[in-house]
Design a protein around this ligand. Structure first.
Ligand code: GLV
Length: 358
């Protein structure tokens, strides 16, 4: 593509044009009536910026500290599944884009390229973990991630059973021949065939992931690895406190992109109470609905250390592979840079709560 779409909404439109319906719906869709999916995005529109003026913003940077490491941007890649449905190179294309952008990639358990191959490309990859009922397989996934050089384990805590995603049920979502859950192949859990009248992914998750996961499993996971363990999927301040008490090294405010519990609150509305609850003991991140540079500023102002984007990465990947992701995320960076300057801030760490009206 010689000319990239102008912004993330335009990337999504272009991706919709080029992806098969089953794949576009899987990436784009949410649970039930998709109320949370929409709320995540729309909640940002209702937050107004009370910008500062006459600050010298001649020199600016997007550099951001994440768990003691400096990245070029506060926009990190959220874990998303099955990248080979969007592009032949799959997660290898995604990790190359993360490296070019100088950001962090969280690699999904449901990767379609084995984790070792992805992590070998770049030193800043964290591994997202789903806990299988087969704890041997789960332990092996953690050990493999650590041995491969992942920088942290991100435990998803909002998906013990699968949200009811009606688009996937209607489309009988499945993985086509030749594409599989590459990390689980050694355990024999790689296939996700078509299921009559159901989502093949929902059937996979509900039969293989552990619905009995609880707080003691966070302690168990910490005992398996020397890596930092972050919990992704927290929206309640009491859970944020429990996360810290059980040794979590970070909290990701997330409702799984509106794909799990429909009518769950928008993540930007959950963020302030979670930030207050952890009292600065661990960093707090947020994902869900971030599509504009001004959205990033608002999340930072509410106390997020950084934000994660999921679907925008997939739209870039579908439209133009690795280069497409870089172009998509750069469009967001351009907006963020303008928004920072016009708010009177020279870098993300200088964004304060005071720039939020009300
Ligand atoms: C995978 O994690 C999904 O939400 O589909």
């Amino acid at each position: 593509m010689t000319e990239w779409p102008l912004n993330l909404a335009a990337f999504e439109s272009a991706a919709r044009e080029c992806l098969p319906r089953m794949v576009y719906d899987y990436y784009a869709g949410g649970a039930l009536d998709e109320i949370t999916l929409r709320a995540n995005r729309e909640a940002y529109d209702d937050i107004a910026l009370r910008y500062r003026v006459l600050v010298d913003v001649g020199r600016r940077s997007l550099r951001t500290d994440v768990l003691g490491r400096e990245f070029e941007t506060p926009v990190l890649f959220a874990p998303t599944a099955f990248h080979r449905l969007a592009c032949e190179d799959g997660e290898l294309a995604t990790v190359r884009a993360a490296k070019t952008l100088g950001t962090l990639m969280v690699l999904s358990s449901l990767s379609t390229v084995p984790m070792e191959q992805v992590i070998a490309q770049y030193e800043h990859v964290w591994f997202q973990l789903y806990v299988y009922r087969d704890r041997g397989l789960t332990r092996e996934l953690v050990a493999r991630a650590e041995a491969a050089g992942a920088g942290a384990i991100v435990l998803t805590v909002d998906a013990q059973i699968w949200g009811r995603r009606e688009r996937d049920v209607r489309n009988q979502f499945h993985l086509p021949d030749g594409i599989n859950v590459a990390n689980a192949l050694p355990g024999g859990f790689g296939d996700m065939p078509e299921r009559e009248g159901d989502s093949g992914l929902a059937a996979y998750v509900n039969s293989l992931f552990d619905p009995a996961l609880d707080w003691e499993d966070v302690v168990w996971l910490k005992s398996l690895t020397k890596l930092p363990v972050l919990l992704k999927g927290i929206v309640h301040p009491d859970d944020a406190r429990l996360a810290v008490e059980h040794g979590a090294d970070g909290v990701m405010v997330s409702n799984h992109g509106g794909r799990q519990l429909d009518t769950a609150c928008a993540t930007i509305h959950a963020l302030p109470d979670v930030v207050a609850a952890v009292e600065g003991q661990v960093p707090v991140f947020v994902d869900g609905g971030i599509r504009r540079g001004t959205d990033v500023i608002k999340a930072l102002a509410y106390g997020a250390s950084a934000v994660l984007v999921g679907r925008p990465v997939l739209w870039g990947l579908a439209v133009g592979g690795s280069a497409g992701i870089v172009a998509a995320i750069r469009s967001l960076h351009t907006e963020l840079d303008v928004a920072l300057a016009l708010c009177g801030a020279t870098e993300p760490a200088r964004v304060t709560r005071g720039i939020l009206a009300g």
